[in-house]
Write a new protein. Sequence first.
Length: 317
Amino acid sequence: MAENLLCRAQGRTVRWGQVDGPPAGAARFTPMDTPAPDRKPRDDEIDVHGLTHTGKVRTNNQDQFLLATINRRVQVWATSLPPNHRPRADEERLATLAMVADGVGGLEGGEKASATALDVAMQYVTNSMGCYYRADSAEEHFIEELQATAMRAHEAVLAARPSTGKRGGATTLTLWMGVWPWLYLLQVGDSRYYMYRQGVLTQVSRDQTIAQELVDQGVMSRTAAFRTQLSNVLSSALGGDTAMPVVTRLRQEWGQVGLLCSDGLTKHVSDEQIAERLRTMTSARQVCEQLLQDALDGGGTDNITIIVGRPVPKERP
């Protein structure tokens, strides 16, 4: 859980075709031996799980998460083809969607803010998917749509504030959308997205906190900054005084694992421990439950939300 600060609303875009190796401090572990088919994963090859927990200290859970697929249905109404040549009715998967939101503001305020953000973002993303598949669509336009998604959610959270003039809740939002072979990451706040690939864990998202701002400006060292309360003060949040959505584009690959989480996990579980859990994972559900237990064993001082997903090749029966 974090607080929010400042007064601005803007979007920033970062586009990468690939991650060119780990940044300084990235955790290294032995690569997973995973085959790499030259195709898009089928639905039954997507191993994904999400969970949320109140923790051991707080009395309510202001975190929210969502997992979904966005499909384009194919339905044959009539054809002259013989039965053995007829295309079967199917629902093509256009995209896979995962979101984590960590509410700020106490009790109902933060819980309502995080729920509102996910609800509005889900609706807006679903309605915007058509632009990705139009012949005249460009990557820049789709990224702009994702930034607009964040600002629409920001406006909805602001509109849901009490009319009494009391300060309402705010929320982080980390949205992951997989449109094979690309993934798009929308980031507001300090909920994180990690990528584990070829034995290396990389934090792809950047924490939007005052502590991180001071580190970026060279005012404080990373170690010193994150030992202060400033690591819990957001410089950007939906429904806060500042909303600065950042969109990152990355290439997806077989053998790659993604993890989204609220700071209830990273307050108590180091990057090295996360990497080790992902290296030895047997399923997305197993590793989510293990990481949750690690966070609880470490103190469980905040709400904890975790999503893990990966493509796992399977032979057709």
